[in-house]
Ligand binder design. Structure first.
Ligand SMILES: Nc1ncnc2c1ncn2[C@@H]1O[C@H](COP(=O)(O)OP(=O)(O)OP(=O)(O)O)[C@@H](O)[C@H]1O
Length: 589
C-alpha cells in the first residue's frame, strides 16, 4: 500500500513537472478549494432541514415559503460550484495527461528504449500504457485524489456538526443492567461504516488483479487487430483470414473469460454495496427515532440530525462506493509506473560490447563476438578494419548473424563482447524491412527528416533518379507536404522493389559518410540493382558502404568481401568460450 502511494506520488510529480503541469497543479488546488466551498454549502443545506421542517411542524406558512426560496438559492449555489469544479477538473486532466504522455514518450523513445523493451519482452503493450494508462491514471487520480482530500475536511465538518446536534444519550437496560451511551449517533456512524468497509474490502479485493488483467487482455486483442491491418497484404495473399480469425477469437475469448470473472466479482461486491447504499439515508432516521419519540428532538431536529449522520456515513463510505474506481486506479498506477521504471532502467542499460566513438576515419571491430540472447555464439570477428570510401560485402548463410552484427555495430544489440569503434559522424543504417512513416511518398523518402527542409523539386528529382517516374506527382501529394502527424490510412501501395528504391532515395537524401545496408536490393533484378549501386557510387563517391547481401553487390566499385561462416555452437550451449577457428574469412571479390 505504501509502495502504491509512493508510485502514485511519483507519477503525479511527473505530471506536475511536465509542460503545463504546474498550471494544472494551481487549477487542481482551485478545484480543491471549490470542494471546500461545496462542503460549506452542504452544511447550509443540513441547517436548512431544521428550519424547513420546524416551520412545517409549527404550520408557519410564511417561514415555510421563505425556506423554499432559501432552498433554491442553496441548490443554485451548489450546482454552480459543482459545474465549475467539474469543468476545471477536466482542464487539469488535459494538462496532466499531456505532461504524463510527454514524460512517457520521452522515456520510451530515449536511448532506443522502445527497441530494448520490445526485445526483452518484459513490458507488454507499451502503446496501451502510453495511450490508455496515462489517461486513466489522470482521470481517476484527479477524481479520487480530490475526493480523499475533500472527504477528510468534510468528515471533520460533519462530525463536528453531528457532535453538536446529538447531545442526547441512548439509554436501555440489558439483562437488568442500565446502559447509557452518550452522543450515540456520533459513535454509530463510524461503527456502521467500519463494518461496511471491511466487508467491501474482503469481497472486492480480487478486483484490482482482475482489472489489471482486463486492461492487459484488451490491449493484446487490440494489438493483434493492428498487426493484421499492418500485414493486410501478407494475410490476404496467404489466405490467412481463418487463422487470423482463430487467433482474434482466442484473444477475445481471453477478454471474455476475465470479464466474466470481473463482473462476477462486481456482482458479489454489489450484493453488499447496493443494499448498503440504499439504506445509508434511512438508517440514521431509524437510529434517531428513540430521541424523537422521547420528545428530545423536534421534527426539524430529527431531519437535521439524520442529514448530518448520513453525510458522515456517506463521507466515510467513500471507500466503499469508490472501491471499483480505486482498484482501477491502483492497477493503472502499477502498470504505468512499472513501464516508466523499466524504461528508466533501460536508459542505464549497458551493452556488453565496448562501444567507442573516435575522431578517426574508420570503423574498427576487435575481438567481436556476437551472441544470441541465450549466449550462443553467432559471429566471431577477430579483427575488422573498414576505412573511409571502402565497400564491404558482408555475406554468409541465412541466419548466421549478419543483421545482428549490424545491430551490434549500431549499438542496439547488447549480447556479445569485444570493441566496436565508430567515427563521430552518425552512420546510416538501413534495415532489412524498410519502415514507412505516416505521410506521403516525400515524407517516406526523407524519413526521419522533414520534407519541408528540402528545396522544391529536390525530393521529386531524387525519386525520379531511383526509378519512380510513373504517377510521381500524384504520389507525392500536393505541397505543402502532408504533415507527418497526419494519419495515412491508405497505404502508399509500393511494391517490394519500389520500397527498396525508396530506401535508396532516402540514402541519397541523407548523404551519410557511412552506410550500413541490410539486403537493400534483394527484391530487385540484377540490372536494376547495378544501376542503383552505380547511382549511389556516383552521387556519394566518398561514402563507405557495408552491404549485407546474398549475391555480390555489383556497381559499387571494388569490393572487400567479409564472409561470416556459420559456426554456431551446438544448440543449448551457454558456453562463453570462443570458437576454435575464426568464423570469418576475408576475401577480395
Ligand atoms: N531478437 C532476437 N531474439 C532472439 N534471437 C534473435 C533475435 N534476432 C536474431 N536472433 C537470432 O540470431 C540469428 C541470426 O539472425 P540474423 O537476422 O542476424 O541472421 P542473418 O544472417 O541476417 O540472416 P538472413 O540472411 O536470413 O537475413 C537468428 O537465427 C536468430 O536465432
Amino acid at each position: 500500500m505504501i509502495r502504491l502511494i509512493r508510485e502514485m506520488a511519483w507519477l503525479v510529480s511527473l505530471a506536475v513537472k511536465g509542460p503545463g503541469g504546474k498550471v494544472g497543479l494551481a487549477v487542481f488546488v482551485g478545484v480543491f478549494l471549490l470542494n471546500i466551498v461545496s462542503i460549506q454549502i452542504n452544511l447550509k443545506l443540513i441547517a436548512w432541514n431544521a428550519s424547513f421542517y420546524d416551520a412545517l411542524q409549527k404550520l408557519d406558512a410564511g417561514a415555510a415559503v421563505r425556506q423554499v426560496g432559501a432552498f433554491f438559492v442553496i441548490i443554485g449555489a451548489s450546482a454552480s460550484v459543482f459545474l465549475i469544479a467539474s469543468y476545471l477538473r477536466k482542464i487539469v486532466q488535459i494538462r496532466w495527461r499531456r505532461a504524463l504522455t510527454s514524460a512517457s514518450l520521452d522515456r520510451w523513445l530515449a536511448h532506443k528504449n522502445y527497441w530494448h523493451l520490445a526485445n526483452d519482452g518484459k513490458i507488454d503493450n507499451p502503446d496501451q500504457r502510453i495511450a490508455d494508462d496515462c489517461r486513466i491514471f489522470v482521470e481517476k487520480f484527479t477524481q479520487e485524489g480530490l475526493d480523499v482530500a475533500g472527504n477528510i475536511i468534510a468528515l471533520f465538518s460533519y462530525v463536528t456538526l453531528l457532535w453538536t446536534l446529538s447531545t442526547f444519550p441512548l439509554a436501555f437496560t440489558i439483562a437488568g443492567t442500565f446502559v447509557e451511551i452518550p452522543r450515540y449517533m456520533v459513535w454509530a456512524a463510524p461503527i456502521y461504516v467500519a463494518i461496511g468497509s471491511l466487508m467491501t474490502h474482503v469481497l472486492g479485493r480480487p478486483l484490482k488483479r482482475l482489472s489489471f488483467e482486463q486492461q492487459k487482455r484488451e490491449a493484446d486483442f487490440r494489438f493483434s487487430l493492428v498487426r493484421m491491418r499492418e500485414a493486410s497484404d501478407e494475410v490476404a495473399l496467404a489466405g490467412g483470414e481463418a487463422a487470423e480469425r482463430r487467433q482474434f477469437e482466442g484473444r477475445f475469448g481471453r477478454i471474455i473469460d476475465n470479464w466474466r470473472r470481473l463482473i462476477g466479482r462486481e456482482f458479489v461486491l454489489g450484493l453488499f454495496t447496493r443494499p448498503y447504499m440504499a439504506t445509508v439515508l434511512r438508517i440514521p432516521l431509524f437510529l434517531a427515532l428513540p430521541a424523537f419519540l422521547a420528545g428530545k428532538l423536534t421534527l426539524g431536529g430529527l431531519m437535521q440530525i439524520a442529514n448530518a449522520f448520513s453525510n458522515v456515513v456517506t463521507t466515510l463510505s467513500w471507500f466503499i462506493f469508490s472501491y471499483r474506481d480505486l482498484a482501477e486506479l491502483a492497477a493503472t498506477t502499477s502498470r504505468l509506473s512499472h513501464f516508466l521504471r523499466a524504461a528508466d532502467a533501460q536508459g542505464g542499460h549497458r551493452s556488453a560490447f565496448e562501444h567507442v566513438r573516435t575522431a578517426g576515419d574508420s570503423v574498427t571491430l576487435r575481438e567481436v563476438i556476437v551472441r544470441d540472447p541465450e549466449g550462443r555464439v553467432l559471429v566471431h570477428l577477430p579483427d575488422l578494419h573498414i576505412t573511409r570510401g571502402e565497400c564491404i560485402w558482408l555475406s554468409g548463410v541465412s541466419g548466421v548473424g549478419k543483421s545482428t552484427l549490424l545491430k551490434a555495430i549500431a549499438g542496439l544489440w547488447p549480447h556479445g563482447e569485444g570493441r566496436i569503434a565508430t567515427p563521430l559522424d552518425a552512420p546510416f543504417f538501413l534495415s532489412q524491412r524498410p519502415y514507412l512513416p505516416f505521410g506521403d511518398l516525400a515524407a517516406a523518402a526523407v524519413y526521419p527528416n522533414d520534407p519541408r527542409e528540402f528545396p522544391p523539386g529536390w525530393i521529386e528529382n531524387v525519386l525520379a533518379k531511383v526509378g519512380f517516374k510513373v504517377g510521381l506527382a500524384h504520389r507525392l501529394g500536393s505541397p505543402p507536404f502532408a504533415s507527418e502527424t497526419e494519419h495515412r490510412d491508405k497505404p502508399l501501395g509500393l511494391s517490394g522493389g519500389e520500397m527498396q528504391r525508396l530506401m535508396i532515395a532516402r540514402l541519397l537524401a541523407m548523404r551519410p559518410n557511412w552506410a550500413f545496408l541490410d539486403e537493400p536490393t534483394s527484391a530487385l533484378d540484377a540490372q536494376a540493382e547495378r544501376e542503383l549501386f552505380l547511382l549511389l557510387r556516383e552521387m556519394l563517391p566518398l561514402t563507405t558502404f557495408v552491404v549485407v547481401a546474398h549475391r555480390e553487390p555489383a556497381g559499387l566499385g571494388p569490393l572487400r568481401r567479409v564472409d561470416l561462416a556459420s559456426d554456431r555452437q551446438p544448440s543449448g550451449s551457454l558456453s562463453t568460450a570462443r570458437p576454435q577457428e575464426p568464423a570469418v574469412g576475408l576475401k577480395t571479390a
